[in-house]
Structures are given as C-alpha cells and as structure tokens.
Design a protein around this ligand. Structure first.
Ligand SMILES: Cc1ncc(C[n+]2csc(CCOP(=O)(O)OP(=O)(O)O)c2C)c(N)n1
Length: 627
C-alpha cells in the first residue's frame, strides 16, 4: 500500500519517519498534479507548500491548534492530510471540495479564505479569544510574500506586536505573487545573501577584536552595538522585529527535517514569532517550476507536457479584448495610464505593461491604495484605467467613495470577473458591484452585452471627463461578435431596444442580454410577443426608454448576473416608482439572497435561472398570472 493511502488525518503522519514523510510528499505531489490536470486549480502555489503543510501537521495538533492559510489557494496538501484525500478528486467541482479553505468544509480549516492578507488578523483574533478562554492552543498563520504587499497584513502585525500575543506567522516566500512580486518589500525580503555575508563578516571581525589584548573586548562590545543597528538595515528580520516579532530564518521550506526542527522550537515560545521560509512555486513538477505564473491558477492540462487541454474556439475573452483595445487607445493618447493590483496577466494588462512601462502601475495586492493612487493621477489630468476584479474591488470601497466620487474625479474602473466566476466560488464571485457602485453619487455604471460593446464602453470611459465611470464585464470568452476597429463613444445613459414586442418586456444588462434574446425567440415561437432591451447603463438608467415601454407592455422581466438586492432589477423598480409608473407586474431574475457556491460557471448560471430557459419560465409565469 502506498504511504498516501495510509494517511487520513494528521495523527497518521506522526507515525512516519522523516524519510517516509519525504516519500509521502512525492506521492502527494503526484495526486495534486493528477487532480489539477483534470479539474484545473492553483497548482504552483500548492506544489510549493507540500513539505510545509506536512511539517505543520506533524508538529502541531490540528484542529485543536489552528492553522490558517492566507488566500487558501496553497492548501491542497493540508486538505489531503486532513480527511479530504478520498474526495480530493472533486476539487473545485460543484458539490465537491472547495479550492480554498472553508470552515464549513472541515474543522481543520480554521478560517474561510480567498482574498489576500486576512490571515494575520484572523489568527490574532483567534489567539486573543483563546487567551481570554485561558486555553493554550497554538495559532499558526501561513502568508505568502505576495500577500505581504497588502496593507491589512501590516495592520495585523502592528496589533500583534502591540498586544504581544503568541501568534506564529510563517512567511512563505517564493518571490512571486501571481506574477513576480513587486514593491520595495519584495527586494527587501531577498536581501538574505547580504545578511549571510554580514554574519560571516561579523563572526570573523568579532574574533579578531576579542583577540586584541586590553581594549579588544571593549571595542568588540562597541562594534557589536553599532553593528546591531547596521544589521537592521540589511536583514529581512528588521521589519518584523520592529513590529515586535521574534524573527527566524530564512530556512529552506522543502527540507522536512529543518522545518520540523524549527517548528518544534518556535512552538515552545510564547511571543509573536515570524518564521521566514523560502519555497519554490511549482516545486516538483517541471512545467510548473518553469512557468509558475501560468500554473498559478490553471485550467485542465496534459501532465506529460503541461500543455493546456482547452480547445480555444478562436473567440477572445473579454479580458483579452479589453487589454488589446486599451493598448491601441493608449498608443494615440498619452494621458491613458493603467493600474492593476498584482494582476497584470489576469486583467489583460501584460501587453500594456510591456508597451508603456512608464504608464503602467502594478501596486501589489493593494486595491485600496491602487484606487486612491489613481485618484491622484486623475487630479493631474491623466486618464487612469483601474483594472481590478469585481470581488477584489470590494476592498477599495471607501477609496471609491471618499477619494474618487466625492470630488467626481474621472477615474475609469474596468471591472473584470463581474458575475458568477465558477470554480473559485463565493469568495471570488463578482455579484455585488452593481449595488455597491450604483448607490454612489457621480458614478456612471455600464455593463456590455458583448465584446464589441466592451470596446465601446472603454472608448466611452476614456472620453468621459465629468467624473468616475465603471464598466463591468464577465469572466470568459465573448459572444463571438466582430470587434470593430473604431467606435464612437456611447451616449451616456442610453439603452437600446433590440426587439419590439407586445406581451412581455425583457430588460437586460451585460451578457444576460443574449440570454434574453434567445428567450425572446423561444417565446415568440410559443406565440408570446417579446420585446428585448439592452439597458447598457445601470446608472443613469434610461428611463426615457424604459418608462414608456413598461406603460405599453406591463409584464416586465429584469435579468442580471448579480444579486437581486440593490442590483439592476432594483434600480428599475426604484426608477419606475420615482416616475410614478404603476400597474405592471415584474419578475426580477438574478441571484437570490445567498452566496453562490463553486462549480462550473454555465451550470451555476442555469441553476439560478439566469439563462434563456429561466427567462422563458419566468415569462410564462407572468403571462399565466395576468391572464
Ligand atoms: C485582495 C486580493 N487581491 C487579489 C487576489 C488574487 N490573488 C490570488 S493569489 C495572489 C498572489 C498571492 O501571492 P502570495 O501570497 O505570495 O502566494 P503564492 O501564490 O505565491 O503562494 C493574488 C494576487 C486575492 N486573492 N485577493
């Protein structure tokens, strides 16, 4: 029997020798590669933490001791050795194992994660609660160097040092976020080599000074004091020591015996500890070691070559269209600048960064800072395009309100991954942006029905100088329409009546427009005359178009890939009410008051009835109600 088959829970690990644990690490890597090659997932991050996860569960006693994985995308080994090996083949599938740590999935998942840099705050909260309860469990947090670029990490460190709780923070340093890590901190962390030279130098200087007769020891003490202050300028420990942490490392995160020894040591300490561990992203699977960025989060692939299994149908993704067109527009307008928060590839800005390095800003995993930074650029007459996924922009809400909207600064928000994203699940779905943006004074909000309209909205945004403007588009490929070479800006606040009809009025926005068009054809086939409107603008809503249509066709359906509360349907209701329009019946199609679980994007859209079939069903119910 293989070793992995003998491991159900962490207690099973504790019976193995170090050599057996190393063999187990190999088997675990095999399982991870096998499952991710079929289901897709965060391969490179999880391959980098195999030994770390084994060592942590070998030394600590989960779930009594708490292990918190920041983001949670690197926790596949943790899942495999905490009771989920047999279900691991369902990773990221609907009803299967989540791709992130999730409290409702296992008592070993001490905190639900998905967004970066929450782990220290959560860990400190748990540690503080444990001490109030006078219990002595250990709390361990694992956070990547990429996530250490996020401000929240420092808010957590700051309080930990201040209240001096015995929290163990493990810095998993692989010099990468999704792309190579950015910022002053990342170069600071990699100064280990100079620190090592310094240590050697210090040792030989000390020996020399102490050997001087008479004054040698005094000079040595003096030198040691000044060297201490010098040391702090060059070692990565400086920062964490300043926060009140005891710093250890850096150590090799793939050497199980070292990891286990040092974890056993730090376990005995009762103060804040930062253990700096060096790991290799993609470790053990050559294609991922070679291309850690590609294998950070990957779709299904062929194990032998690492090549993607996805057969592209030639239709570009929304992200690709956005990235390509932004480059074209930036080439003719040098005021266009782009801002991303550690996701140049994911947001389609990689080519922009190569073509216009001076006008490209990767701020790190710092969405809040990125938005205020863009506001600063806008005050100087630039046209900042802030491209952030819908779910991560939630982080920067106050900055949008306070730093952008109050002064109506012309910042352009390109909001990718709006709607249901699929396998990444509830932490990553972009289902709240309509409601959080449309409530803000001065903000214009658009959502394109297809990739050509995305281009039109980008042009509209770059031409709009009166204030902030946002356009929100989904994950995945476009509809397959031709993307024109040149388009004029859209008139602000104007929708379009796509199909006339008499019995049912479908008001849609974003990619739901095509579902509405398909539903319209089906309904017409059933003798129900259906009008379809592409609203385009959530704010301002085109009441001049919608009002008379509702009066004429008082059976209304609104469709959106967004929660129903506060979204597009709500905007329509509010608008009709404000106009004093009554006497209509309405069905709002969208996500009910729930978090949407992980699973295939199409499957979930259909599950929640946001597709043509769901619209047809709602239309027939409306017709039945009013006949
Ligand atoms: C707030 C937020 N912004 C962006 C992301 C997208 N994201 C997921 S992992 C990641 C990089 C994290 O780097 P690091 O912490 O070093 O972990 P690694 O993947 O290198 O193990 C990013 C930017 C996120 N999860 N949360």
């Amino acid at each position: 029997m293989s070793l992995i088959e003998q491991i159900f829970y962490p207690s099973d690990l504790k019976r193995l020798s170090i050599t057996e644990l190393s063999d187990l690490a190999k088997e675990i890597r095999g399982l991870i590669v096998d499952v991710v090659s079929k289901n897709g997932g965060h391969l490179a991050p999880s391959l980098g933490t195999v030994e770390l996860a084994i060592a942590l569960h070998y030394v600590f006693d989960s779930p009594k001791d708490k292990i918190i994985w920041d983001v949670g995308h690197q926790a596949y080994t943790h899942k495999i050795i905490t009771g989920r090996r047999e279900k691991f083949h369902t990773l990221r599938q609907h009803g299967g194992i989540s791709g992130f740590t999730k409290m409702s999935e296992s008592p070993h998942d001490a905190f639900t994660t998905g967004h970066s840099a929450t782990s220290i705050s959560a860990g400190l909260g748990i540690a503080s609660a444990k001490r109030l309860k006078q219990s002595d469990e250990k709390i361990v947090v694992v956070i990547g160097d990429g996530s250490m670029t996020a401000g929240q990490a420092y808010e957590g460190l700051n309080q930990t040092g201040d209240i001096h709780k015995d929290l163990i923070v493990i810095l998993n340093d692989n010099e990468m976020a999704i792309s190579p890590n950015v910022g002053a901190l990342s170069s600071f962390l990699s100064r280990t080599l100079s620190a090592k030279y310094l240590q050697d130098f210090r040792r030989s200087m000390g020996d020399l000074l102490k050997s001087l007769p008479g004054i040698g020891n005094d000079i040595y003490q003096l030198a040691k004091r000044s060297e201490e202050s010098f040391k702090t300028f060059v070692t990565p420990g400086m920062l964490f020591e300043a926060f009140g942490f005891e710093y250890f490392g850096p150590i090799n995160g793939h050497k199980l015996n070292h990891l286990i020894d040092i974890l056993n040591n730090v376990k005995t300490l009762s103060e804040p500890v930062l253990l700096h561990v060096r790991t290799k992203k993609g470790k053990g699977y050559p294609p991922a070691e070679k291309k850690p960025m590609y294998f950070h989060g990957v779709g299904s692939f062929e194990i032998k070559t690492g090549n993607s299994n996805k057969h592209r149908n030639g239709i570009p993704t929304y992200t690709e269209v956005f990235g390509e067109k932004l480059v074209e527009l930036a080439a003719i307008d040098d005021k266009v600048v782009a801002v991303t928060a550690a996701m140049p590839e994911g947001t389609g800005l990689a080519e922009f960064s190569r073509r216009f390095p001076d006008r490209f800003f990767d701020v790190g995993i710092a969405e809040q800072h990125g938005v205020t930074f863009a506001a600063g650029l806008a005050t100087e007459g630039f046209k900042p395009v802030v491209s952030i996924y819908s779910t991560f922009l939630q982080r920067a809400y106050d900055q949008i309100v306070h730093d952008v909207c109050i002064e109506s600064l012309p910042v352009k928000f390109a909001i990718d991954r709006g709607g249901i994203v699929g396998e990444d699940g509830p932490t990553h779905n972009g289902l709240f942006d309509f409601s959080y943006l449309r409530s803000l004074p001065n903000m214009v909000v658009m959502s394109p029905k297809d990739e050509n309209e995305l281009f039109q909205m980008l042009v509209t945004a770059l031409n709009y100088e009166d204030g902030p403007i946002a356009f929100r588009y989904p994950r995945g490929t476009g509809i397959g329409v031709v993307v024109e070479k040149d388009v004029p800006p859209l008139p602000i606040g104007k929708g379009e009546l796509l199909v006339e009809g008499d019995d049912i009025l479908i008001l849609a926005i974003g990619p739901s427009v095509y579902e509405a068009l398909s539903a319209g054809s089906i309904l017409r086939g059933d003798g129900i005359s259906t009008a379809v409107v592409n609203c385009r603008f959530l704010k301002p809503l085109d009441i001049e178009l919608i009002g008379p249509l509702v009066r004429k066709i008082p059976r209304v359906i609104t469709v959106e890939t967004h929660v129903r509360q506060g979204g597009f349907g709500s905007a329509v209701l509010e608008c009709l009410s404000d106009q004093g329009i009554t006497g209509y019946s309405i069905k709002r199609i969208g996500i009910p008051d729930t978090f949407v679980e992980h699973g295939n994007q199409k499957l979930l859209i259909s599950k929640y009835g946001i597709d043509a079939a769901g619209i047809v069903k709602a239309a027939k119910q409306l017709c039945a109600l009013s006949t």
